[in-house]
Design a protein. Structure first.
Lengths: 293, 293
């Protein structure tokens, strides 16, 4: 039975998320309502209410809208539920600086992965790494969470694959997860054909309106082989991301760190060296102390 | 002309703020809808939508609701607009530890002050210091912002006083602001009669439903004399808060730090010593580097 949802609530979130995923932009009413696909009057009354409550501020002269301090306050309150994330920001900055990649922190919430923090912006293709972007928690995404999930949650994860996984795919995934769990990190390969799609993919999922065409592209990526299993030190790999779980004291994985490196070509040895930096950072976050070399 | 507001948007914010101002609580549907004063079915469809979008998570077994990772993500995006706040968290923790008081950071958004960060929780009366709490930016609140406002903004601030300020009150306020600006901090006195009201006051303003009775109490506090002007080193003062502006490079004040010390009795010398810790912390935030002694 589908749960009753609230369309007005969705519209409020659409407005907030438009601003959240483009924090450096300056958007007026016309541009906002057009981009979101909402009537100007609906958009205006939502914006007025958000401004009134401090979630959005309007520039006193230029009149454009951006996120306000009440949004910070709610975010800070949410952080108390995800204490590991509090320690993550300096760690991500350091990782991004050392690797010249985008470093992100993803949190798992039900059937979604949310980018809760991000540092570095070297890569124009890394729309997927913007704070606030959501991805479905279904294969091939979310390996650090899937690989450490309890049996029942793992089955739900596999069941959310669209189209459904074949028996062979399940086998391959289970093997990839086993390897990744043992070595402490997961490597997503770069499939050049879908480069231009990263940005669109992230946008589509952010808007909570998964386009069937995009879903089929996700499926195609999955088929083509996404996770790198055995690493040959001398071979050259095209890597899209490296991901490592942050394992809490209780043994659960609620957040993961990732390095986004679309188009990065590296030897197996270079790949492992970079992955070890990521793993050290994830371990430092788990232990609640700053990452030191 | 009043701006058109959106009631459904207000209801969404009420739900989020209920959770945001009580981040450690565990609330189910019945308690939430009853506390907010909303029908169960309305509350449920809002909650479902917020859960669906990752702003709220529901405990898989106990079914209670709390803020989710999408709220963190929006907060992080908002922080890029208030860069000073990013550096504020370790500073507040250190201040709270050193003073054994609640240390807060308030941001100014239009006609509201929002507590965007808070550390330490020694004081049961400091409901006013909880992250997410809003106060009206009108006398006697918001001295660090009022005292540094441009002329037009300062007049708006005075005009928002309710009931209106008398000429004598304006004169006294202008003198208090001048003294506070020169020494770098503002001291709010503790008026014992309104102790039990702090919590209610904060709740009322958070809910954006300013109760007229509470407003008249604010007015009474104002009348009784709120800001401490000349400090006698040997005298004993009952202090409710010390506040200091964080002056950005451009000379504007968008955030302020405060120490909440309801019921604290201190000599003028002790008060000044504590205030200087606060001022040093505010200066360190303004310069974007960690606070060191």
């Amino acid at each position: 039975m589908p749960k009753p949802l609230s369309n007005p609530t969705m519209r409020v979130l659409q407005v907030m998320e438009y601003l959240a995923t483009r924090p450096s932009g300056t958007y007026g009413l016309s541009e906002l309502s057009r981009s979101i696909g909402m009537s100007k009057s609906t958009c205006l009354s939502i914006l007025n209410t958000l401004v009134d409550a401090g979630y959005v501020i309007q520039h006193p002269v230029q009149r454009y809208y951006s996120l306000g301090p009440a949004a910070i306050a709610v975010g800070q309150a949410a952080l108390t539920r995800f204490p590991d994330v509090t320690d993550v920001f300096p760690v991500l900055k350091k990782l991004a600086r050392e690797t010249n990649m985008t470093a992100t922190c993803e949190a798992l919430a039900g059937d979604q992965l949310v980018v809760v923090a991000s540092a570095g912006r070297g890569d124009p293709l890394s729309g997927i790494g913007r704070t606030g972007v959501r991805l479905p928690f279904s294969p091939p995404y979310g390996a650090p969470f899937g690989a450490t999930a309890e049996l029942e949650a793992f089955r739900d994860y596999l069941d959310r694959a669209d189209p459904p996984l074949s028996d062979d795919e399940v086998k391959r995934l289970v093997r990839s997860f086993e390897i990744g769990r043992q070595r402490g990190f997961f490597v997503g390969l770069d499939l050049p054909a879908d480069h231009p799609l990263h940005e669109k993919l992230a946008e589509a999922w952010t808007a909570r309106s998964p386009d069937r065409k995009l879903q089929s592209i996700v499926a195609a990526r999955r088929m083509a082989g996404y996770l790198l299993d055995d690493i040959d030190l001398a071979a050259i790999y095209a890597v899209s991301s490296i991901q490592a779980p942050v394992v809490s004291r209780g043994g659960t994985v609620e957040i993961a760190l990732a390095l986004l490196a679309f188009g990065w070509k590296a030897t197996g040895a270079q790949l492992i060296a970079t992955a070890h930096k990521l793993v050290a950072a994830a371990e430092a976050v788990a232990e609640g102390r700053p990452h030191r070399r």
